[in-house]
Each structure stands twice: as C-alpha cells, then as structure tokens.
Design a protein around this ligand. Structure first.
Ligand code: EPZ
Length: 431
C-alpha cells in the first residue's frame, strides 16, 4: 500500500505541464481495436487506467507497447491487426469504467461481443442501460446476464439513436460502433465534452467519417476499414483544474502550461470570484492565491459545458478555506460525496444531504490521516493536505494514480512538500 505524506502551507510557484487527457485516451485506446494498422498515441502518461486498458487490448490479441519519443511521456504504440478475440473477462473489465468502451469497437469489428460489466470509481451505481439501449436502437441484439453483456451486431448498423441522457461513455460507445459499416448513423442528445470531439478527431485520422461531435447531433457515415495514424490527445482539463485550484489557494505566479482555457471556462468563472489572480493566455494560465480568498458562491455540476462533476470534490476543499459560505450541488452521480467524511477529519465545516453540500469557510484546516475514497475525492484530500496546518497522510493513493501521473513530482517541483511512502497494509478497522 502507498500513501502521500504532505507537509502543508508551502507556496506553489514555477511551472507545471498538464498531461494528455485520461478521459480522451481511454476511449481512443478502445477505438484502436477497430484499426487495422499501427497507431502511435503520443506523450501518453502511465495512468493506471491506461495500463488497465493496455491489458484488455492485449487480451483481445492486440500488441501494445510504450516507446520513448520526443515528448515528456512515452508514446503508446498499438497494433490491433491481429485482434482475434471478442470477449473481455470480469477480471480485466472490473478494474475500470472504460472497459465498457470496448463493447462498441469489438462489436463493430467482430460482429459479436461478450464484455463483463465495468468497474470504476465508487461514485454511484453507474449502470450501462443507455449504452445497451443505443445499441438496440441500431438493431443489435443485446442481453445482460451473469454480470456479462452479450451482444450481436446484426446487419443494419444505420439509423437514428436517441440518448435518454447525454452520457459520455454511451456517446463514445455508439459512435465507435457506428464507424465501420455502410450506412449513416445519427446520434441525438449526445454528450458534448471536449473528449468526445477528441475521439472524433482520432477516428477521423484513421479514416472514419464523423462530424458534429461537440454539438447536439453527431453524424457518422460508415466506412469499410480504419488505417493506422499518429495522434496527440488533448490536455487533461480535470488535471488542469486540479492544479488551478491548488494555485488559487497557494499559488505565487504559478504557471499551468498546456491548457485550453475554453475547456475550463466554468471553473475559471468561479475562480475569478475568489480574489485569486489569474492571467489567462491561449495555452497557459498564471495564477496567484490570495491570503483572504472569498467564497465562489455556488457550483452545480452538469454535463459540458456546465461545471464538471470531476472537479466537484476539489472545489469542496477550496470552499473550506474561502471566507463565507459555499453551496455545492452534485447532479451527475448519486454518491460522489465520500470525500466529505475525510475532509471533516481535517476540521473542515461541511454539511451535506441529498446531493447538496453547504461549506463554511475556515481560517485554517488541520492535517490528519485520511483515506482516498475515489480518484477525484483523493485529489481533494491532496489539495487539503497542501493547504492544511501540519502534516497529512493520504492513504489508498492507487485510486489517485488512476488519473494523475506522478502528481507528487509535479507538486514537489512547484515547491510543495509531498512524498510517496510505502506503508504496511493497513487493516482498516473502521469500515
Ligand atoms: C465519464 O464517465 C468519465 N469517465 C467520468 O470521469 C465523468 O465523471 C463522467 O463521464 C461525466 O462527465 C471516463 O470518461 C472514463 P456518464 P461515464 O455515462 O461515461 C448515468 C473521472 O473522475 N448513466 O456521462 O461513466 C451515470 O450513472 C471519471 O475521470 C446511466 O444511468 O459517465 C451517471 O449518473 C469519474 N446509464 C450519469 O449518467 C448509462 O448507461 C453520467 O454518466 C450511463 C450513464
């Protein structure tokens, strides 16, 4: 087991380079299953979720390797010419939510698929009914039983799909399913996140014919085959947001590089209310904290371009050290407040009920021994440790490694005092 040991209240200055987006890379890796050629994904961080997807593609018969290139991170070389299998077993699927993204590509290429139900952060039930409904609307036969989804791709692969909710994963899955074929598929009420546009751009680089990603209608003209390409995914707007929140609390002209400000507009609007100072350029944001941060008022999570649910936990930490009261409403996931119990150990003043949190800002919060509950909840605890008086240990940090690569190195380079320590397996008698 590993933990982060953090000594709080250190100013953060200098530069941090944001990595490629986890939530772009995961569906793109799944999309490679359909590509009959070699794909080079550039500058890929070794997020543990990426490593989990690598294992799934290898299980199907694909060849996947990291190779050093001219970027900070290695390139990921994926060759799925020899993909022969069409099943994803539970032991591989259960570790990540993104395993479900393989359903569409396997079905598209092989005509049949057997994929175990996905895993992922414990932030709600996270069913896959919208994924299944979308496939059925295109004539697929889909049965879910014994923890597996059995699907037959049928012949049609053309027509209209209406998503009952703008699910990110369901949009990506049905988009990929429709890529190989001879007809037109239109997706109504799709998710509009930047990662959907990134997936469209990747697939089009391989010869797909997709348009409309990022809008309220995506149109796919089926093609016979996809060829290899080189592709550089967009930067991770959630990692960028996490560092910007750190900068709002502790920054001293801290420069967050390789960002797309328009992908973080909802966050920037809220941060501008807190009295932190920001200089927003095309590809970087310089941020300085204020000793007297004001509350940002309220946030309500929503689908893009609304406030991202993946920054909700981090905003709970920020609210805890801003003067005044803040209101935080979580609309996307029904149990995404598990980090609150851990923040309360650090003397935060937070009350929450039925998806609504009221946070009373405090002059100081104090270090404690806390446990990451999920990826972004874990990130909120790291931020709390950085701003707290005294020292904090954040346990269960494997959850954080799912979506932040070497976060302790980046924070140390900025002046933070954070170390990764190995600890004997803690028997958690409290749960
Ligand atoms: C993606 O998850 C992201 N994960 C999540 O990021 C992100 O929080 C989420 O989109 C929303 O933006 C990846 O891209 C790998 P959804 P996904 O389908 O696709 C319900 C992170 O921290 N729903 O848009 O699973 C679902 O339960 C992770 O990086 C159904 O009811 O999100 C949830 O309440 C966490 N039925 C809501 O929709 C379905 O079939 C949004 O889910 C699908 C979803």
């Amino acid at each position: 087991m590993e933990s982060f040991y953090i000594v709080g209240r250190k100013r953060l200055e200098g530069e941090v380079e944001i990595d490629c987006a986890k939530n772009s890379l995961l569906p793109i890796i799944a999309g490679c299953i359909m590509v009959k050629g070699e794909v080079c994904l550039e500058n890929v961080p070794k997020y543990s979720d990426v490593l989990a997807m690598k294992k799934i593609v290898e299980h199907l018969g694909g060849k996947v390797r990291f190779e050093s290139g001219r970027f900070t991170n290695d390139n990921l070389i994926i060759d799925c010419r020899d993909v022969v299998y069409s099943d994803v077993p539970n032991e591989l699927a259960c570790s990540v939510r993104s395993s479900i993204f393989t359903l569409g590509p396997i079905l598209s290429r092989k005509g049949i698929a057997k994929v175990a139900f996905p895993g992922g952060c414990d932030i709600g039930l996270r069913p896959v009914d919208i994924h299944i409904s979308a496939l059925k609307q295109l004539g697929c036969k889909v049965v879910d039983k014994n923890g597996y989804i059995y699907a037959d791709g049928g012949k049609r692969r053309e027509g209209d799909v209406m998503l009952s909710f703008s699910s990110v994963g369901a949009t990506e899955n049905i988009m990929m399913f429709a890529v190989l074929g001879s007809g037109q598929v239109r997706i109504f009420n799709p998710a509009r996140e930047p990662e959907i546009v990134d997936l469209q751009n990747f697939l089009n680089s391989c010869g797909a014919k997709i348009s409309g990603a990022g809008s309220n209608l995506i149109v796919i003209e089926g093609v016979k085959r996809l060829h290899g390409c080189s592709y550089h995914a967009i930067s991770d707007r959630i990692e960028a947001g996490t560092f910007l929140i750190a900068g709002a609390m502790l920054g001293k002209k801290m420069v967050v590089k390789n960002v797309k400000p328009k992908h973080n507009q909802a966050l920037l609007t809220k941060l501008s209310k807190t009295a932190c100072k920001m200089d927003v350029q095309d590809d970087r944001i310089t941020i300085s904290g204020s000793p007297h941060l004001q509350s940002f008022g309220e946030i309500e999570t929503a689908v893009y371009p609304g406030f991202p649910t993946d920054l909700q936990a981090q905003m709970c930490t920020l609210a805890s050290v801003c003067e005044g009261y803040s209101l935080i409403i979580e609309n996307l996931f029904e149990s995404r407040f598990k980090h609150i119990g851990e923040l309360l150990k650090m003397n935060c003043d937070i009350r929450c009920k039925n998806g609504v949190c009221i946070v009373k800002g405090k002059e100081k919060i104090y270090g404690a021994d806390v446990n990451a509950t999920d990826l972004r909840g874990g990130a909120s605890l790291v931020l709390a440790g950085l701003v707290a008086e005294g020292y904090t240990t954040v346990n269960n940090i494997g959850l954080i490694d799912r979506g932040y690569y070497k976060i302790e190195d980046k924070l140390t380079a900025l002046g933070g005092d954070i170390k990764r320590i190995k600890c004997e397996k803690k028997v958690d008698n409290c749960s």
